[in-house]
Ligand binder design. Structure first.
Ligand code: CAA
Length: 260
């Protein structure tokens, strides 16, 4: 199997295990990591030995703490749109994958991290996991599908609240909202995820493929929303709010948004 710079990929029995491996940066997704995720998930489309995909983060603290703010802090609107479209394309490969994709959330799932988890078919989390779409605190909208998939998963009212407040929620609240399917103790998380995956892999791969396609097709009417998200995400990069939000993060101070 190909070796990568920022992810670890291993075929264990019939499951493709992908681990995002930038623990010092809390597994933040830079462009290269997203490209590598694309290459890794492509394998699940073509390799008949693979019956399911398990996606997790390395270390004990984070699944993924978001898109890499250090990488995009100086982007302009056009670059923002390109970044967003790149993430959309590859996250969709997790959503459309003909084999079950399971996000194993072992800590922070923030911004692009939560968006990546939401692009998977099923989510399980450790009881110390934390979830948010904090982009508004940076002066930007979610850019990897969060405005669409959060609504699909938990409904408009609660999604609006979380998207507009950027508030972080705990694993028990994520479970209550249906954002994750199960919560386990950190020590049990991986084994319990594997047990769940085994329930899928013993079923007919042809039927599973059909289920995934049919369920995803239910949401095709929302495709315009994804396009709007790319547009709005890019537009934010040309704003003073975005400069203030990202600078405040990098300087570890609170943002004071000028509102333009
Ligand atoms: N991008 C880049 N670097 C990040 C990062 C991110 N999203 N999240 C954490 N890091 C880095 C920190 O900068 C720090 O690196 P250095 O040691 O080199 O300074 C390292 O990871 C450890 O982080 P902290 O010291 O901040 O750890 P903490 O325990 O004090 O705080 C945290 C943890 C609450 C998760 C905090 O790191 C945080 O708020 N991170 C940013 C979360 C965020 O805003 N995510 C959304 C990104 S925007 C996005 O995702 C857009 C989109 O939709 C496409």
């Amino acid at each position: 199997m190909t070796s990568f710079e920022n992810i670890l990929v291993e075929l264990k029995d019939d499951t493709l295990c992908i681990t995002i491996n930038r623990p010092k940066q809390l597994n933040a997704l830079n462009k290269n990591t997203i490209s590598e995720l694309g290459q890794a998930i492509q394998e699940a489309y073509t390799n008949p030995q693979i019956k399911a995909v398990l996606l997790t983060g390395s270390g004990e603290k984070a699944f993924v703490a978001g898109a890499d703010i250090k990488e995009f802090a100086h982007f302009n609107g056009e670059q923002g749109k390109v970044l967003s479209a790149h993430g959309h394309r590859i996250f969709k490969m997790f959503e459309d994958c003909p084999k079950p994709t399971v996000a194993v959330i072992n800590g922070f799932a923030l911004g692009g991290g939560l968006e990546l988890a939401m692009a998977c078919h099923v989510r399980v989390a450790s009881d110390n996991a934390r979830f948010s779409q904090p982009e508004v605190s940076l002066g930007v909208t979610p850019g990897y599908g969060g405005t669409q998939r959060l609504v699909q998963l938990i409904g408009k009212g609660k999604a609006m609240e979380l998207l507009m407040s950027g508030e972080m929620i705990k694993a028990d609240e994520a479970l209550r909202l249906g954002l994750v399917n199960y919560v386990f103790a950190p020590a049990d998380l991986l084994n319990e995820a594997k047990k769940l995956i085994a329930k899928f892999t013993k079923q007919s791969p042809v039927a599973i493929r059909g289920v995934i396609k049919a369920v995803n097709d239910y949401f095709v009417g929302n495709l315009n929303g994804f396009d709007s998200e790319i547009e709005e995400f890019g537009n934010c990069f040309d704003s003073e709010d975005f400069t203030e939000g990202t600078t405040a993060f990098l300087k570890r101070r609170k943002a004071n948004f000028p509102g333009k």
